[in-house]
Design a protein. Structure first.
Length: 116
């Protein structure tokens, strides 16, 4: 009896959620259309320019296109409103998710350079 219970728990905690994630990933990859901003599984940000069978042509920079398999697309980026959020020390651009240098603060502020 404990062995059967262990198999059932294993199924509901590990196997079922993994299958659900795989189905969601496959659905996302099949719903790609040209013009969609994506991130590959290796971390490359690009825009889909064409879809051919199991291949996707991605534009990584203006005029630079590369061919990838659909399985290499990790996620689709959703467009966000351009706004900046001040979170203390650094200002973060929420559209890109990257820190932005605050023009009011000195470039060498907090520097640990010691002069002898």
């Amino acid at each position: 009896m404990p062995l059967i219970l262990l198999v059932v728990v294993f199924y509901f905690l590990l196997i079922r959620p993994q299958r659900k994630r795989q189905q969601e990933q496959l659905q996302m990859q099949n719903s790609l259309v040209p013009g969609t901003r994506v991130v590959t599984t290796t971390g490359l940000f690009a825009t889909v320019t064409a879809i051919e069978d199991d291949d996707v042509v991605l534009e990584v920079a203006p005029g630079v296109e590369t061919r990838w398999v659909k399985g290499a697309i990790g996620r689709v980026l959703t467009p966000v409103e351009e706004e900046t959020v001040d979170n203390g020390d650094a200002v973060q651009d929420t559209a890109l998710g990257e820190p932005v240098v605050d023009a009011d603060r000195g470039a060498n502020e907090g520097s640990t350079d010691k002069k002898s």
